[in-house]
Write a protein that binds this ligand. Structure first.
Ligand code: ADP
Ligand code: MG
Length: 701
């Protein structure tokens, strides 16, 4: 087919014209024939089902009845008139009713011909009636290209109010297919079609709009979903390949003394299988001469820090510096302390740079960075300041990635002549499927195994009315020497109220847990950083037993003796936040608890979140539920990839197709990286069109 034909402006389709074209453009983004073709139905109605009038149920939608109109009359009513037709089948009678358009109907309706009436029925005064039925002569109904499965297209109120009903859209689609005389160009290779038994392109497009039957429709849907996901994956994989071939990195070919001596003699514990696997993946990346761009996902407590350290040792053994960036001062300090401890037996210099680093020390750090004496720099955003110049930064690690934007990531890149290898670590597990699609251009490592001996955190849901029992429980735990977090929500929109809640809570807790027996810390966003630090440290040192806080403690804080996490107004937190918060306990040897406090008023989503939290501790499982509840857009925050504009596939429901599509895209590129083989010409041509059009389906057709 002449591809230009599909680019014809929509107003040139018979039955459209300038007014309808305007509406189609504004309401559905349909500018061309192509766009209309790619308007895929949301659902289908089964029109193989016909009802007998005597079998009708009260108030049913989407029913169709075969019968004859025997009589037509106009009835006066309070305002205007209604037109009533008597509609009979073999042994039943009902009414068809119109409140508008009488003239047209009277002129066009044929008495005593067999019609199919389709619509919603209501039951009144012993009689069924169908207002504004969709009427079609039986003969025409049966002979139409359209099948028993009737597509229901996406629509808007404005469209249907302006007369562009589903029926009109279906009609336009029919018209389009009449004008499209030839078949569609195949976009996939014969090999893939054959192996996966996919329906050919032309047949699939025809069946998605005019399904022959349920089976063919299922095949068509599968084929189009596969195609959509395949080309998105192909695009991402090619981007990744191009990145690797273009962006050189320093190859770290040596595995040297620091790494070896640490690995052989100074590991504080046996690594888990997952940690070993991930370290191997990172070593492979670092050893090649392409720049590493890797996302390391691992649930809270899965042991990412040691992986970070081993990676940094590789950089150091190859004569390079490394940096580790964390989102908060407290976290940086903890990393610094932890890494200093681990590195004691090694001859490595480590410094920390944050917003509160004194000028004199800052100057020393700048100097030792530039002359190469400093091996590892840990810190906050302060690392991104222009004054911070490395002699030779070889590896940049970013912890808790969701706090840093992409722009900041690339800022690190430009510190050096060649970009350093980048390892992004996150404890907010992004569902694998989503990560695959959105971060297709990043490589992903997953630590999916917790260190042995971790006790599961007992998680319970309690209503506010049970507060006294919760207080009692806290007392018992503190008597045992444990520490407790009590966390309040803080949401910008309701900041004032939230602070009041926090303060009220703090007061009642202070009353309940009086001095001198109990010491309580409070930390919130309105405090000066130094005061926050002071309070945090009191808690870390065990000087206070209870920490009342807003979510500032969410990320990374490590107090192994804290064994209880109470989350107030838990219904207001998102799943990933709840999971992060719960991860603050369960870090020591003792049994830990997470108590989710809520009011009695819970939305359905809130219930699901609470049930998920009490039901599982698997971060990936939680992330999957989160994705289902919130959708991909909210989770990723930005609209950075095609996943958010999927036309037919569903990133949540079509996971299995996504996996197959990704694996086929990968295989195709492995065997034929530049798509030069004749058998891949369809894929190559399709891929080549990507840049030309506005969305992925504009090149796929
Ligand atoms: P996260 O992935 O949340 O950053 P950390 O690296 O802080 O996790 O590790 C959490 C805790 O588990 C630390 O106290 C760490 O020493 C310990 N840990 C990590 N790996 C192992 C392991 N393989 N065996 C035992 N303990 C481990
Ligand atoms: Mg960590």
């Amino acid at each position: 087919m002449n591809p230009n034909f599909l680019q014809t402006p929509i107003e040139y389709l018979k039955g459209v014209g300038p007014n309808r074209a305007d509406l189609l453009k504004k309401e559905l983004g349909i500018f061309t024939f192509q766009d209309l073709l790619n308007l895929f139905p949301n659902r289908y109605l089964d029109r193989t089902q016909y009802y007998k009038i005597k079998d009708l149920q009260r108030n049913s939608a989407d029913v169709q009845v075969i019968g004859r109109i025997t009589h037509l009359k106009t009835v006066d009513q309070k305002r205007g008139k209604r037109l009533v037709a008597t509609f009979k089948d073999t042994n039943g009678m009902m009414e068809l009713i119109w409140f508008r358009g009488h003239k047209w109907i009277k002129e066009n309706l044929k008495l005593n011909e067999t019609y199919v009436a389709f619509g919603k029925t209501t039951f009144y005064n012993g009689t069924f009636s169908m207002p504004h039925p969709d009427l079609e002569l039986l003969e025409k109904h049966q002979s139409k290209l359209r099948s028993a499965l009737q597509p229901i297209y996406p629509s808007t109120e404005k469209l249907s109010n302006s007369g562009i009903t589903n029926r009109v859209l279906s009609g336009l689609m029919e018209q389009l297919f009449l004008e499209l005389k030839k078949s569609f160009v195949e976009t996939l290779s014969p090999e893939i079609l054959e192996e996966l038994q996919l329906m050919p392109k032309s047949k699939a497009i025809l069946n998605i709009h005019f399904p022959e039957n349920g089976e063919e429709l299922a095949k068509a849907t599968y084929r189009l979903k596969f195609e959509e996901l395949f080309f998105i994956q192909l695009q991402l994989l090619i981007k990744n390949l191009v990145h690797k071939s273009k962006i050189k990195g320093y190859p770290f070919t040596t595995i040297g003394t620091n790494f070896n001596s640490f690995y052989m003699e100074h590991l504080p514990f046996d690594l888990t299988g997952a940690q070993k696997r991930v370290i191997k993946e990172i070593r492979n990346d670092l050893g090649s001469n392409a720049q590493m761009n890797r996302l390391l996902q691992g649930d809270v407590g899965s042991g990412k820090t040691i992986v970070a350290l081993l990676s940094m040792l590789i950089a150091i053994d190859n004569g390079f510096q490394a940096c580790l960036m964390a989102p908060t001062e407290i976290l940086s300090v903890q990393h610094y302390a932890g890494l200093c401890e681990l590195c004691k037996p090694l001859k490595i210099s480590i410094s920390i740079l944050t917003g509160s680093t004194k000028t004199s020390i800052r100057r020393e750090i700048h100097e030792s960075l530039e002359n190469g004496q400093l091996n590892i720099l840990i810190g906050t955003h302060a690392l991104l300041e222009d004054k911070v110049k490395f002699k030779n930064l070889g590896l940049a690690i970013i912890d808790e990635q969701h706090r840093f934007g992409v722009a900041q990531r690339s800022k690190l890149w430009h510190k050096n002549k060649y970009p350093p290898h980048i390892l992004v670590m996150t404890a907010t597990p992004i569902p694998r499927t989503l990560a695959m699609s959105v971060y297709g251009d990043l490589d992903i490592s997953v630590i999916d195994e917790l260190p042995p001996g971790r006790k599961d955190i007992k998680t319970v849901h309690r209503y506010d009315s049970n507060r006294l029992r919760v207080f009692k429980f806290i007392k018992d735990q503190t008597d045992l020497g444990r520490q407790v977090y009590i966390v309040y929500p803080l949401i910008q929109e309701s900041e004032m109220l939230d602070y009041k809640d926090l303060m009220d809570g703090y007061e009642s807790i202070s009353r309940e847990f009086g001095q001198p027996q109990y010491q309580i810390s409070i930390v919130h966003g309105k405090m000066k950083p130094a005061d926050k630090e002071f309070e945090m440290n009191r808690f870390i040192k065990g000087e206070t037993q209870i920490m009342v806080a807003t979510t500032v403690i969410e990320v990374g804080v490590n107090v192994p003796n804290a064994s209880v996490m109470v989350i107030e107004s838990a219904e207001r937190f998102g799943l990933s936040q709840l999971h992060q918060l719960r991860g603050r306990v369960g870090r020591g040897a003792e049994q830990s608890y997470c108590i989710l406090m809520t009011s009695h008023k819970l939305s359905a989503d809130a219930k699901t979140r609470l049930e998920t939290m009490t039901g599982t501790s698997d971060g990936f499982e939680i992330a999957e539920v989160d994705l289902k509840l919130r959708g991909p857009g909210d989770i990723m925050g930005t609209q950075q990839s095609g996943v958010l504009n999927l036309r037919i596939a569903d990133i949540v429901k079509d996971t299995h197709i996504l996996k197959i599509a990704r694996s086929y895209a990968r295989q195709t590129l492995e065997k034929d990286p530049s798509l030069m083989l004749p058998k891949n010409s369809a894929i190559k041509n399709t891929y080549g069109q990507i840049a030309k059009y506005r969305n992925i389906w504009n090149y796929i057709s």
